[in-house]
Design a protein around this ligand. Structure first.
Ligand SMILES: [Fe+2]
Ligand SMILES: [Fe+2]
Length: 258
């Protein structure tokens, strides 16, 4: 078990120009609030923040980020989708950084409902192209993840570190006090992620579409926004499990039963 509040962050990948950092998570589930994890990529001194989250997380995430990089050097913020646990802090982040925001074009018109947003700084992924090139020349790839669960959803693959940030995909909810940073025993981890995926992923057909793309990328690590990080054998085990999972409308009777 990991006391995440004391850790403040874990560097998942590091070379001379490039780092991929797990920024922490709430160490205790606040009642009624889903636990979230944030990540920071630093490439040649410039920062990319992944799903930095909402208002109530803001002070913790700012403190974690500031251990690694000056806020002025955050140039990009990626939102996997529109949910408040991902993006409701947008007005605060636009205020303390110079960053541009990348999100599916489906959600651009909804973001101002989270606060004052400068539209020039918000980029629709469908229009920006598949790759984001970083100062070192390394690339990040936007991976379509639609209907998993959001209809306008992306994962982000960092080619240099071989880490896939998967947003809600792979996410799980631990019982209080049972949080782990890594899902190294995949079989043991299934109960943590099963309910989340069965209810939130639209169907096995979309899950398989995403798994096919990700298996071709062959990432070393899959880092979700909730739950625990997959590495080593648990990456392939998770993808195999997801590719056969019956979920969403495959289980329609489950969600409509009395
Ligand atoms: Fe979500
Ligand atoms: Fe989420």
């Amino acid at each position: 078990m990991i006391n995440t509040s004391d850790v403040g962050g874990v560097v998942l990948y590091s070379d001379a120009d490039h780092k991929f950092i797990w920024l922490g998570a709430e160490s205790k589930q606040k009642s009624g609030v889903v636990q979230t994890m944030q990540y920071l990529i630093i490439d040649k001194g410039k920062g990319i923040l992944l799903d930095p989250g909402g208002v109530h997380l803001f002070p913790r995430v700012v403190a974690s980020v500031s251990r690694y990089i000056n806020l002025d050097d955050i140039v990009t913020i990626f939102f996997s989708h529109q949910d408040p646990d991902v993006s409701s802090g947008i007005a605060l982040w636009l205020g303390v950084t110079q960053a541009s925001i990348y999100i599916s074009e489906l959600w651009i018109r909804f973001l101002p409902h989270f606060g004052i947003v400068d539209p020039v700084r918000v980029k629709p992924i469908e229009k920006t192209g598949k790759f984001l090139t970083l100062p070192s020349g390394a690339r990040m790839q936007f991976i379509p993840s639609h209907f998993m669960h959001s209809p306008g959803n992306y994962s982000l693959y960092d080619e240099r570190s071989r880490i896939l940030f998967s947003g809600d995909i792979g996410g799980g909810v631990f019982d209080e006090g049972k949080e782990e940073l890594y899902a190294d025993d995949f079989q043991k981890h299934i109960p943590v992620i099963e309910g989340f995926h069965k209810r939130l992923i639209a169907s096995n057909a979309v899950a398989r579409r995403w798994v096919d793309i990700v298996q071709a990328l062959n990432p070393d690590i899959i880092a979700p926004q909730h739950g625990a990080i997959f590495r080593g054998a648990s990456v392939k085990a998770f993808l195999a499990w997801l590719s056969t999972l019956q979920c969403g409308i495959d289980l329609l009777d489950n969600w409509y039963k009395e």
